[in-house]
Design a protein around this ligand. Structure first.
Ligand SMILES: NC(=O)c1ccc[n+]([C@@H]2O[C@H](COP(=O)([O-])OP(=O)(O)OC[C@H]3O[C@@H](n4cnc5c(N)ncnc54)[C@H](O)[C@@H]3O)[C@@H](O)[C@H]2O)c1
Length: 253
């Protein structure tokens, strides 16, 4: 069994929100963490938070949908922190619209970040996991995978990630690598703030309305998701693979 302090994680979309909270949580668990996001400078806050708590982190700028940038980023992590054996595919975007108004560009952007991005990242990182005979992949799905008005692109991508995860679990299991999915419900973040703005709703009213639909009667926090990631990454979760965990304050949404 390897001590967590020798392990290196990559968290995509780590500059803010769920990704930044996950980076902090994994660092608190003892891992060194690469905070990867589109703009390297935007990662500095998340890196500083990890370092202030005594952890080790590296800011890496890359677009997960770009194969060359992904390859370069993973190499940089390997030389800067050590071979990455934990990957959290968290980078995400929304381009919501009803089907008849959804542009091809908005479809392609969402598929590119979530599906192509997770594919490229997993492909680049798996060789380090296979070499180590140990690895953890956690993909961020969503309750939107079950269907959500105005999100034909996003719900398709998030459902696709569940199939991707199950296949990685089957292919990589014999190398000591697990792959699991977390499907968050409503989580307070810049992404959900942008949704409230787009539909013209006051934030507090929007949160209260969403919370009223949630069995535990509150909105989710980024730490709720980071906690679930920490479980899947933990040594003891080595027999849990190919699963989808809905973290939504209730059974599904
Ligand atoms: N907030 C929610 O309620 C919620 C619910 C279900 C699922 N999720 C999923 O959780 C993940 C994180 O969501 P969040 O709420 O923290 O969102 P967020 O918008 O606050 O953060 C997403 C991050 O991803 C980065 N990113 C976007 N495109 C990228 C790219 N091509 N390459 C690298 N980085 C990129 C952004 O710059 C940003 O820092 C997403 O995959 C999202 O779909 C969120």
């Amino acid at each position: 069994m390897t001590d967590n302090t020798q392990r290196v994680a990559i968290v995509t979309g780590g500059a803010r929100g769920i990704g930044a909270a996950t980076a902090q949580r994994l660092a608190a668990d003892g891992l060194a963490v690469a905070v990867l996001d589109l703009d390297e400078a935007a990662c500095e806050g998340a890196v500083a938070a990890v370092e202030a708590a005594g952890g080790r982190a590296l800011a890496v700028g890359a677009d997960v949908a770009d194969a060359e940038q992904v390859a370069a980023a993973v190499e940089r992590v390997a030389s800067g922190l050590g071979a990455p054996t934990v990957l959290v595919n968290n980078a995400g975007v929304t381009r919501d619209n009803l089907l008849f108004k959804m542009s091809e560009g908005d479809w392609d952007t969402v598929m590119g970040v979530h599906l192509r991005g997770s594919f490229l990242m997993a492909k680049a990182v798996q060789k380090h996991m296979v070499d180590a005979g140990w690895g953890r992949i956690v993909n961020l799905s969503s309750t939107s995978a079950l269907g959500n008005r105005g999100q034909a692109n996003y719900s398709t991508a998030k459902a696709g990630l569940q199939g991707f995860t199950k296949t990685l679990a089957i292919e990589l299991g014999k190398f000591g690598v697990t792959a699991n999915c977390i499907a968050p419900g409503f989580i307070v973040s810049d992404m959900t703030r942008a949704t409230a703005e787009r539909i013209g709703q006051d934030w507090d009213t929007y949160v209260a309305a969403r919370a009223a639909q949630i069995p535990v009667a509150r909105a989710g926090e980024v730490a709720d998701i980071a906690h679930a990631v920490s479980f899947f990454v933990s040594e003891g979760a080595g027999f849990v693979s190919g699963q989808v965990l809905y973290v939504a304050g209730g059974p599904r949404a």
